[in-house]
Design a protein around this ligand. Structure first.
Ligand SMILES: *Cc1c(COP(=O)(O)O)cnc(C)c1O
Length: 228
């Protein structure tokens, strides 16, 4: 199957997951994760009407964005971001999903001011409390927001999580629920932020994520095929 058919299939699956969850399908955005895939694949997806793309590696992403451009595309940075690369992420990306420290948030704020933009970001929460994964621990989220909510030139849209891999769906679902509950708690404490985005769900579990309130699903393999 080609990229076009894959995207059509995924959109159908998203639509039926929304119907089942009694949600409006306009609330759920498909982000096609194109890491390691060539620009020609992104163009194929774009020609079918796909407008949101996710990338993980700054250098690779800059090369592809230079090749493809930004017109009509929302570029989402979803990989681990070191503070010293924040300036590139701010320059190239419309959204940064993986903000995982106050140091990084401050650097993004500073770089966004220099670029005269308000950078849209999401805060990554380490719902599985895994050592090898980045993200703010759920119990530290409130303290993080007390500081991050003061920063200028950023707009915090919501939260993102990558649940532990290889879990049965019931377990993965608990992480989606935790992320949703964390967003609700933070919105009560920081109502001025009016956060609405939940970036959760990948090729294997995006329907479960939609059931739990995902507004952005990050789907790579199911769109572009297996990565090497
Ligand atoms: C690679 C990646 C995805 C996409 O994963 P698939 O399983 O290929 O759909 C989603 N989110 C993040 C953060 C990723 O790194």
């Amino acid at each position: 199957m080609g990229i076009k058919e894959n995207i059509e299939d995924i959109q159908k699956t998203i639509n039926s997951a929304c119907t089942e969850a009694k949600r409006d399908n306009k609330e759920v955005k498909l982000i096609a994760v194109s890491k390691t895939k060539p620009g020609s694949d992104i163009k194929k997806a774009f020609e079918t009407g796909q407008k949101d793309f996710g990338e993980n590696y700054i250098q690779e992403a800059m090369d592809k964005i230079d090749e493809i451009g930004k017109d009509g595309i929302n570029w989402h940075f979803i990989g681990r971001l070191q503070s010293n690369k924040a300036k590139f992420a701010v320059k190239y990306f419309d959204y940064i999903h993986s903000v995982d420290s106050l140091k990084l948030a401050k650097e993004i704020s500073k770089r966004a001011a220099l670029e005269n933009k308000t950078q849209k970001i999401l805060i990554q929460i380490n719902t599985g409390k895994e050592d090898q994964k980045s993200g703010i621990m759920p119990e530290s989220a409130e303290e993080f927001f007390e500081n991050a909510s003061m920063l200028e030139n950023i707009k915090i849209l919501g939260l993102m999580a990558i649940p532990p891999f290889g879990m049965p769906e019931k377990e993965t679902e608990k992480h989606f629920i935790l992320l949703k509950n964390t967003l609700n708690d933070l919105n009560k404490k920081f109502p001025e932020l009016k956060m609405s985005e939940l970036s959760m769900g990948m090729s294997g579990d995006y329907t479960a994520a939609i059931k739990q309130g995902a507004t952005m699903v990050r789907v790579g393999t199911a769109v572009f095929g297996e990565r090497k």
